[in-house]
Design a protein around this ligand. Structure first.
Ligand code: NAG
Ligand code: NAG
Length: 306
């Protein structure tokens, strides 16, 4: 060995080499947990959540596209999802995150920072807020890198701040479905049913994690990152023959009922997964009321609601 390498291996390296190997293995296996005192001193406590919480059976990221200045809407949507937490099964982990592009105004750097400090539910991508300029591509393609974990979620949803998802119904539906090559939403156009064409409405659609990873690396996708956002997602998958496990959630996803019924718009139903076109506070309120969101409000001498 000494002759082959052409220099003398110092004696100390017989100790140092195995030690540095152990250190490297530590860094590879526990990249986030590496704390030097664990190697140097005895008695490092394992972090409680690592040992206590079992791995969830279903992990879902719900990315709500919004713009930095939409403070009031973001607050409403955040409240609506927080109130759903209690109805989710213990083994289901849903992370709702607001997805923004670069901040552009002085006040945003303080006001959005406050939201992050309080709620930690904001993702800021490296992009400019422009319709059809590739925010959807930036979102999916950034996730594997910015989440910094292997397969952080089973599924990823892209939705907007005018859509209300019922997370328990979505999770219940997903339990019965495959975990690979899944593209789920409200199929457009809803009157045509040919396979391998069309796309899922931008009100909200879901991809399995393997497709998110594919988007992050595919040349097919990179060449077509700009364009009408939700149509493009369908086009990527159609062109590559992916997303073969397609699930059309019609009639459980639909537009807010105003105007005559169509194949994508009708009255509220109890098995709803998502309602879209919630463009103002009154539409949000009527939707939340139908789903009994404030039914559990306690009575008190301190306020009167009715
Ligand atoms: C977004 O902000 C980052 C960090 O300031 C900057 O490097 C990047 O060029 C910006 N991207 C766009 C599209 O404006
Ligand atoms: C809301 O509550 C009412 C009264 O308890 C009930 O009849 C109705 O089915 C509930 N609606 C939904 C969507 O769960």
């Amino acid at each position: 060995m000494e002759k082959l390498s052409g220099f003398r291996v110092p004696k100390a390296s017989f100790i140092l080499l195995p030690m540095s190997l152990v250190a490297i293995i530590f860094i590879v296996v526990y990249p986030n947990d590496l704390r030097l005192q664990c190697l140097v001193t005895a008695g490092c406590q394992p972090r409680p959540q690592l040992s206590a919480a079992p791995k969830p059976a279903l992990r879902l990221l719900l990315g709500v596209f919004t713009v930095p200045d939409a403070y009031a809407r973001r607050s409403l949507v955040r409240h609506a999802y927080h109130l759903q937490r209690a109805s989710l099964p213990d083994d289901t982990a849903v992370d709702v995150r607001f997805v923004l592009c670069n901040l552009t105004k002085e006040e945003q750097r303080v006001l959005v920072a406050m939201e992050i400090m309080l709620y930690d539910d904001i993702i800021i991508l490296d992009c400019a807020e422009n319709v059809n300029d590739g925010k959807t591509y930036d979102y999916f393609s950034s996730l594997p890198r910015i989440l910094g974990a292997d397969r952080a979620y089973d599924y990823v949803v892209k939705t907007d701040d005018d859509t209300y998802y019922r997370l328990d119904r979505l999770a219940e539906t997903l339990r019965r479905l495959p975990r690979e090559d899944v593209y789920l939403g409200l199929r457009v156009p809803c009157w045509r049913k040919d396979e391998g064409s069309g796309f899922m409405s931008g009100m909200g659609y879901l991809l399995s994690w393997d497709l998110v990873e594919w988007i992050a690396t595919s040349d097919v996708v990179r060449k077509k990152m700009k364009g009408p956002e939700d149509i493009m997602t369908g086009a990527w998958l159609n062109e590559a023959g992916r997303g073969r496990n397609r699930f059309d959630m019609n009639p459980r996803m639909y537009d807010y009922p105003e105007g005559p019924d169509t194949c994508f718009r009708h009255g509220f139903t109890p098995d709803t997964i998502a309602v879209h076109k919630l463009k103002d506070d009154l539409k949000w309120a009527k939707t939340l009321q139908y789903f009994n969101v404030t039914q559990g409000l306690r009575s008190s001498k301190l306020f009167h609601i009715h």
